[in-house]
Design a binder for this molecule. Structure first.
Ligand code: 4AD
Ligand code: MG
Length: 441
């Protein structure tokens, strides 16, 4: 096929004749002029056909082609400030590569279930397209951030013999007659790797059999997880701040067009600078125990916060709704957190851990901690949590040979993307969402 020009690059072709390949996004007409809007994945191009200037069969085609027909259009590029992208094409020729008819997603409003059932087509619409471009930038941003800070990429396996984040959300599979689980987090495999490479990270899908239907939970989501040897809670708080500030800045800079399509209020993202707010679990708990907060929870049908318990979605919203920057909540009660978290030496009932909550009510985007590096303490925790000792033998062994304090965190990609894109539900922040009642398409 003859080389085509990407719509994104048309500014460099003003006054020249080009060929563009894409799909018919929309068409309209005004008297003797017909407009085709063609999209090619890099942008939208308005093509203008005058009845006097194009052969009659082409003019007819411009009035009858179905939405999403695949086309080759050629003509001259000219400046047009009112057109999307600032340029339009004076149409000379149209070749139909595939004529589409009755495309199911039309400019009228569709419900979310209909759109999700048609996710394979919905990807072409402007909002999902913009949000997935934000995701693309967030993912590449994570890789660049860690690469430039000397972290080594160590991918963790997807099939695992044991739980990392509690046994209630494990997906079990049959592994040649043995039980295996889909990974909930790569962390357990990164801890050994940081003793080999110093600073490591993994980036991949993780799985949790979340049986609740909330807008913040997927059963398959992507997580980026750094792990650093010779470090503790304070170092990873810094790292988390730096990563988030970097990603927000990068998306503001490179996705401004996408954020416009998403109608995202960027002023609130511009306020995301260091230092983030910090509070301990006990300080957060005091806010949540306010009678006015309890009344609001009751009005909204949210479970009331119980002192000593974990935060729910409503609680996270309350803690962040009035804040301009993320808040890092530290020192949760050890007994509601994962088995591997290092106790606070000053108060062993509290763990050296953090949840980073995004502002504007988006909730937890990062969970992390310093890890227990003492062999016997870790073994006793594994026993208290009634975890299968045999499956954790290798993990314990790390604590026998040159064990050092180490810490890390996991950042949920869809949580960050939905926050940056200003989209309430996580299902839009991943190309093909997997949820309690969704395995299709
Ligand atoms: O807080 P979590 O459970 O922490 C861990 O998995 C640690 N092992 C990570 C580590 O220290 N290396 O999960 C980390 C993040 C959450 O803050 C949230 O952003 C995201 O993963 N997350 C989910 N995202 C979408 N759907 C779900 N069901 C999620 N569960 C957690
Ligand atoms: Mg968490």
């Amino acid at each position: 096929m003859k080389g085509a020009t990407a719509i994104r690059d048309l500014a460099g072709f003003e006054g020249k004749e080009v060929l563009v390949r894409g799909w018919l996004y929309a068409r309209r007409e005004a008297g003797k002029i017909r407009f085709l809007v063609v999209r090619d994945g890099t942008g939208y191009l308005q093509c203008v056909a005058f009845s006097k200037e194009v052969p009659p069969e082409i003019f007819t085609a411009c009035g009858t082609l179905g939405q999403e027909s695949a086309l080759e259009v050629s003509g001259t590029v000219r400046k047009e400030p009112r057109a999307p992208g600032g340029y339009e094409m004076g149409l000379k020729d149209v070749t139909v590569i595939h004529a589409a008819q009755d495309y199911p997603i039309t400019p009228k409003e569709h419900g979310p279930e209909f759109l999700l059932d048609h996710r394979h087509l919905w990807l072409r619409s402007s909002r999902p397209h913009a949000l997935l471009r934000v995701r693309h930038e967030v993912c590449q941003g994570c890789r660049d951030f860690f690469y430039h800070r000397g972290f080594v990429l160590i991918d963790s396996p997807m099939f695992t013999p044991a739980a990392c984040e509690g046994t209630s959300t494990l997906f079990e599979t049959d592994y040649f007659g043995e039980k295996a689980y889909l990974t909930q987090s790569g962390q357990l495999y990164l801890e050994p790797a940081c003793m080999a490479f110093g600073k490591v990270y993994c980036f991949g899908p993780t799985f949790r059999a979340e049986k609740s239907k909330t807008r913040r939970h997927l059963t398959e989501f992507w997580m980026v997880e750094p792990e650093v040897a010779f470090s503790g809670l304070s170092e990873i708080l810094e790292l988390a701040e730096d990563l988030i500030v970097y990603l927000v800045g990068r998306v503001l800079e490179r996705n401004s067009e996408d954020l416009k399509v998403l109608e995202r209020d960027t002023a609130s993202l511009e306020k995301v600078v260091k230092p983030f707010h910090r509070m301990t679990y006990d300080e957060a708990a005091r806010i949540l125990q306010d009678p006015a907060v309890h009344r609001r929870a009751a009005e909204q049908g949210a479970p009331p916060f119980v002192p000593g318990g974990d935060f729910g979605g409503f609680d996270e919203t309350v803690l962040t709704e009035s804040l301009d920057r993320p808040v890092m909540v530290t020192h949760f009660p050890a007994d509601i957190k994962a088995f591997y978290m290092q106790p606070d030496p000053g108060n062993p009932a509290r763990a050296l851990c953090v949840d980073v909550l995004a502002p504007e009510g988006y909730g937890e985007i990062i969970g992390g901690s310093q890890r227990i590096h003492d062999h016997d303490l870790l073994l006793s925790r594994i026993r208290e949590h009634k975890l299968p000792e045999e499956a954790f033998k290798w993990y314990l062994e790390i604590r026998k040979y040159g064990s050092v304090p180490h810490a890390g965190f996991g950042m949920g990609i869809e949580r960050v993307v939905s926050w940056l894109g200003g989209v309430r539900h996580l299902r839009e922040a991943i190309p093909y969402p997997r949820m309690l009642h969704r395995l299709y398409p």
